[in-house]
Design a protein around this ligand. Structure first.
Ligand code: ATP
Length: 270
């Protein structure tokens, strides 16, 4: 069971060139994570502790997971992913045990990047922390912070967490020595969207007259994940019409379809 909830990738296939529109965020992640993994002795010699944890926050599908994978790739680190929701358990001590196992796994695979998605699942502000379920969740969070504090024993392990709900977070986890590097990963602007279209169509057979700048203007509130979906769907439109070249209209139809689907899923979740 444990192996299933923790996803381990020895060499994630994401590189910095695959990520568009968030250069500043990428630089900051690199500076914070790459340096301590590549030259830990620098920190010893200077006599400061490397940054503890990085928190990426922002809307879904903006490239947070990609950033964490790319930095693991670049540093030849093992990428270990776990969702915060997987750490929420009914039985006392179960969540804390999973956290210990997670760090143990990372120590065995050093250098390693631990990526905890949906950190809000174990670290949100609670109105009522007296119920036993909440107390268990808090113990899990305390265990995570304890593992992060024990830097000497932590070795070459970087910790990156992500959330879509920054406003919900318990501020205690943002204190110095904890997740003290906050990096906002926003939705891309028009220029970013154009870059992301170019990235995702690299291997696609796109007609010469397709104008990605215009498509980026059209898909004005799309995330990176939406753009990826538009590109795949545009390819499907071409295939349905028995064509192998993708035209502007295919991208436009794909965007229509994806917006429509998102509206429907919003309805369902209401
Ligand atoms: P969530 O909060 O939902 O976990 P996330 O921010 O971690 O989302 P990713 O999993 O990194 O998002 O992105 C999902 C997919 O969307 C990626 O695999 C990629 O194909 C595409 N994508 C998202 N953002 C970008 C980007 N900035 N550049 C290129 N592709 C992107």
């Amino acid at each position: 069971v444990r192996a299933r909830v923790m996803q381990v990738e020895t060499k994630p296939d994401v590189s910095y060139e695959d990520i568009g529109g968030i250069d500043e965020q990428m630089e900051e992640v690199r500076e914070t994570v790459e340096l301590p993994l590549k030259s830990p002795e620098m920190f010893d010699e200077v006599g400061i502790d490397p940054p503890s944890g990085v928190l990426l926050y922002g809307p879904p599908g903006t490239g947070k997971t990609m950033l964490a994978k790319a930095v693991a790739n670049q540093t030849d680190a093992t990428f270990i992913k776990m969702a915060g929701s997987e750490l929420v358990h009914k039985f006392i001590g179960e969540g804390a045990k999973l956290v210990r196992d997670l760090f143990e796994l990372a120590r065995q695979h050093q250098p390693a990047v631990i990526f905890i998605d949906e950190i809000d699942a174990i670290a949100s502000k609670r109105t009522d922390s007296k119920t036993s379920g909440d107390a268990e969740v808090q113990r899990t969070m305390m265990q995570l912070l304890a593992e992060m504090d024990g830097f000497e024993e932590r070795g070459d392990i970087s910790i990156i967490a992500a959330t879509n709900r920054f406003d919900m977070l318990d501020r205690a986890i943002l204190r110095p020595g904890r997740f003290d590097r906050l990096i906002e990963v926003p939705k891309p602007d028009a220029e970013g969207r154009e870059l992301i279209f170019e990235i995702h169509t690299r291997g696609m057979n796109v007609a010469d007259d397709v104008d990605f700048a215009a498509l980026a203007e059209l898909a004005d509130n799309a995330s990176g994940a939406d753009i990826k979906a538009i590109c795949t769907e545009a390819g499907m439109f071409a295939i349905r019409e028995d064509r192998t070249e993708i035209r502007t209209a295919d991208f436009e139809n794909a965007w229509e379809k994806i917006q429509h689907e998102e509206d429907e899923s919003d309805e369902v979740s209401k």
